[in-house]
Design a protein around this ligand. Structure first.
Ligand SMILES: NC(=O)c1ccc[n+]([C@@H]2O[C@H](COP(=O)([O-])OP(=O)(O)OC[C@H]3O[C@@H](n4cnc5c(N)ncnc54)[C@H](O)[C@@H]3O)[C@@H](O)[C@H]2O)c1
Length: 347
């Protein structure tokens, strides 16, 4: 775990003391952000809003660029963004003038805006292309033209697809292995990874760090209509409503579930950690969990809940779990020799 366990139920003063100590230690590591300016595209989303909150606690001034239309209006209140004291620009990353305005003067940029749902990208590849490819190209061009120190580009474990051909059972995904995306969403992310490294990172240009998030969970994750991602929220919602929990493809797919606060901590650390510059880094726990296991963890909280097997949706990879060696090297050992990473939060 790299972030304090702010989402976990309180276990009394000892655990609160640990949380406070972890938060203080994290903020010490982020002291380089004090007074810096951070631009966050997609800062109105689940991950973006947690990232903005942390960057603000670290003393950065933050500018957010987001369309704010990925969720119903009241979700914005749930994400709490309006309370963090960030500058908010409501706009599209395809609108160059708005991107320029937000990137101008930024020391660091986190590019998290995306049409961020595998199923929606399969249904609307044109929208996926517009946001994740064309919009990203504009963001990269504007960063290239500005004195930005570092871009952290948010990619996804989806780029690994089904992993190495012919391997059965849970696979560990390593950053340098062959990438075979199996969805429109993953294709757009892989293109953007390559394009970011093509356009930036050279002399006089912003450094680039690519983070491949594994499966994010944690409050306040809101399932999107027609999505099959974000299984913890989906399954819990179904069980809560008395609907059967769907085990797509029998629930044998493997995921590496990472808490959203740990994702936020890794992302903000990636802005400032020296060793993260120029790297592609998995952000996971190194722990494989099958979809069926998640359903079985949720079920006891909803007595009487049922499970049904449903077909594997298009583009839903068999999945795997993160090799976290590089994450340890770049984001943890860099400052904290021997620190523990991930794996101790259960959904
Ligand atoms: N949640 C996960 O499990 C997961 C896993 C891997 C990678 N990611 C990546 O992490 C990032 C954040 O994802 P999230 O889970 O917070 O999703 P999210 O949908 O909550 O956030 C994405 C945000 O981007 C904004 N956005 C989308 N298109 C835009 C555009 N054209 N212009 C401006 N803003 C736009 C949306 O309004 C939304 O607020 C995304 O890049 C996503 O692909 C997420």
């Amino acid at each position: 775990m790299i972030a304090p366990s702010v989402q976990a139920p309180s276990l009394g003063s000892e655990s609160q003391d640990k949380d406070t100590a972890a938060e203080e230690s994290l903020l010490r590591r982020l002291s380089g952000l004090r007074g810096a300016r951070v631009a966050v595209t997609g800062g109105g989303g689940l991950v973006g809003s947690r990232v903005v909150a942390l960057a603000r606690r670290a003393g950065a001034s933050v500018a957010v660029l987001d369309r704010f239309d990925a969720y119903p209006e009241d979700v914005r209140e749930l994400f709490g963004l309006d309370r963090f004291g960030a500058e908010l620009a409501v706009g599209d990353i395809c609108d160059r003038d708005t991107v320029r305005r937000v990137v101008k003067g930024a020391d660091y940029v986190i590019h998290a805006a995306a049409y961020a749902d595998v199923a929606a990208c399969a249904r609307h590849p044109d929208v996926a292309f517009e946001a994740n490819v064309r919009g990203t190209e504009i963001v990269l061009e504007e960063i290239a033209a500005a004195p930005v120190r570092r871009l952290v580009f948010i990619s996804s474990a989806a780029v690994y697809g089904n992993g190495r051909p012919g391997v059965t059972g849970p696979q560990v995904f390593q950053e340098d292995q062959l990438l075979v995306p199996v969805s429109v969403y993953a294709n757009t992310k892989l293109w953007a990874e390559h394009q970011a490294r093509l356009m930036l990172g050279g002399p006089g240009r912003a450094e680039v760090t690519v983070l491949r998030y594994f499966s994010v969970y944690g409050d306040p994750q809101i399932p999107k209509p027609g999505s099959h991602s974000w299984m913890v929220a989906w399954m819990s919602m179904h069980a809560h409503l008395g609907l059967p929990i769907h085990l797509n493809g029998g629930g044998v797919q493997v995921r590496d579930l990472v808490h959203v606060e740990d994702i936020a901590a890794a992302t903000v650390l990636a802005l400032v950690e020296e060793r993260a510059a120029g790297q592609v880094i998995n952000i996971g726990t190194g722990t494989p969990t099958s979809v069926r296991e998640v359903a079985n963890l949720i079920a006891p909280h909803y007595p009487g809940s049922r499970q049904i097997v449903t077909p594997l949706p298009e583009g839903d990879p068999l999945g795997g779990y993160a090799s976290i060696e590089r994450m340890r090297e770049c984001l943890v050992r860099a400052v904290h020799p021997g620190a523990r990473v991930g794996g101790d939060r259960r959904p």
